[in-house]
Design a protein around this ligand. Sequence first.
Ligand SMILES: [Zn+2]
Ligand SMILES: [Zn+2]
Length: 225
Amino acid sequence: MLKLGTILDFVFPLSCVLCSETGASVCDSCLEVLPRARLGCLRCGRKNPYGLYCPKCRGRFTPDRVLACYKFEGASRELIHSFKYEDITALASPVVIQMAKLVRGDEDYKNFVLVPIPLSRKRRAFRGYNQAELLCRELSEMLGLKWVEILCRTKGRASQVQVGSKAERRRNVKNSFDVAAKLNLPKKVILVDDVITSGATVEEATKVLKRAGAEVVVCLAIALA
Ligand SMILES: [Zn+2]
Ligand SMILES: [Zn+2]
């Protein structure tokens, strides 16, 4: 049976958001030249290929690893902007293939559950979809992992993009998440967002999950600032 997506592709052929070449929402050659993320400790910025916090910066509630495909600059910034604000939901697939590769690098990945970073109810209603949830759906299909909405927002907050310094960003997200269903909290979580800028949001969400009983939290994003 023809899927709706296939029919829409036929009527409105996809074209690359970066170079306009038809065939895909973002073409392979554009993806290939995007600057790769340099993984490392989110606190002090020291790089390591595994996305680990260094022993000095690691705490009980910090993420175990922080993974991302691209560096958040230039073309990758443009790509994420289209994904986020121009409702180009088809963009997910080519990018999600790259994200899935990062997850498969961990041989224990089958024991993880995907959890999206939620948007506030107001922003969710305004945008019509949560980009992190969209990524989770596709990753779930690609990796054969469950995804669950466990986190919820506890208050409206200023957009992280509008908030200045790193310290301000941390204050801005403090206490902004809660765990919705404590009963079935998975022990191993892959926390999904589209972009990690200061890291304040994923750190706060990780803290909430770990306080509620999660043992391992790996953060995963398309891009890392
Ligand atoms: Zn292209
Ligand atoms: Zn560090």
